[in-house]
Design a protein around this ligand. Structure first.
Ligand code: ADE
Length: 243
């Protein structure tokens, strides 16, 4: 899958050379191309922002260099389709369902704003807007990195073990169950007996119940959107009677 990033700080994306994503790049499972709108600025100072119409403090990113960067990427791709996403705190909250949808694309183009704001007409160049959460960053880059990482790890061959993407938190709308490894007792805290029982059915039931309990305690709103079985209802009743 190809990720294209329009950013004033391409160096920030060098972190994608590290770890599993670096391996995925080397193996050709993902490709990351960055382009800076500054390259398409019209003056010798490579200016990409200007004062806001109507006055006020701060500068606003100009639409021209962003539009030129988008056109340049379209040409480089030979007109093949892409899906363009603008990173902004005004976008829809990014979630695992976005990552799943994006992971089916050939190409995803991420547009990062910076500073106090961007010209409203930049919005008309994109297909959707996504936010990393209800807080304000200095720009869209950290959000774009999160989108790339969450999307890329769903691609075949990026994670060593494909099962780990199926089991983890949010994969089925619930938070993941607690995990343990050795030692059996650590600073007085023991691993739950059932996990050492070798009884696979009992382990699966315990994990599902703890996944439901954790979601109920920490993110109850997720339970409303999750697909719950009859057995899940039984487990939830058990949890309710325990507390
Ligand atoms: N740019 C600035 N803040 C952001 C946020 N919370 N999400 C995405 N892009 C942003």
């Amino acid at each position: 899958m190809r990720f294209e990033v329009i950013t004033l700080f391409p160096e920030l994306f060098e972190v994608l050379d590290l770890g599993l994503l670096g391996k995925a790049k080397d193996a050709g499972a993902i490709e990351v191309t960055t382009i800076t709108p500054r390259h398409f600025a019209q003056d010798k100072h490579r200016t990409v922002d200007d004062a806001p119409y109507g006055g006020g403090s701060g500068m606003v990113l100009m639409p021209g260099p962003f539009a030129a960067a988008i056109d340049h990427l379209d040409t480089e791709r030979g007109g093949a389709p892409t899906h363009r996403v603008l990173l902004t705190p005004q976008g829809a909250p990014f979630s695992q369902s976005h990552a799943h949808r994006f992971s089916k694309l050939e190409t995803l183009t991420l547009v990062c704003g910076r500073y106090e704001g961007f010209d409203e007409r930049i919005r008309s160049f994109v297909d959707e807007e996504v936010s990393l959460g209800d807080f304000v960053l200095l720009g869209g880059e950290t959000a774009a990195l999160a989108v790339i990482e969450a999307t890329a790890r769903l691609l075949p061959g990026v994670l060593g073990n494909q099962d780990s993407a199926a089991d983890e938190s949010h994969a089925d709308g619930l938070l993941e169950y607690p995990q343990y490894t050795r030692p059996e007792v650590f600073r007085g805290r023991a691993v739950p007996d059932v996990l050492r029982s070798g009884n696979h059915a009992a382990i699966a039931r315990w994990r599902r119940k703890e996944s439901l309990r954790r979601t109920l305690e920490r993110r109850p709103e997720l339970l409303e959107g999750a697909e719950l079985s009859e057995e899940d209802r039984v487990l939830l009743d058990e949890i309710a009677s325990e507390t």
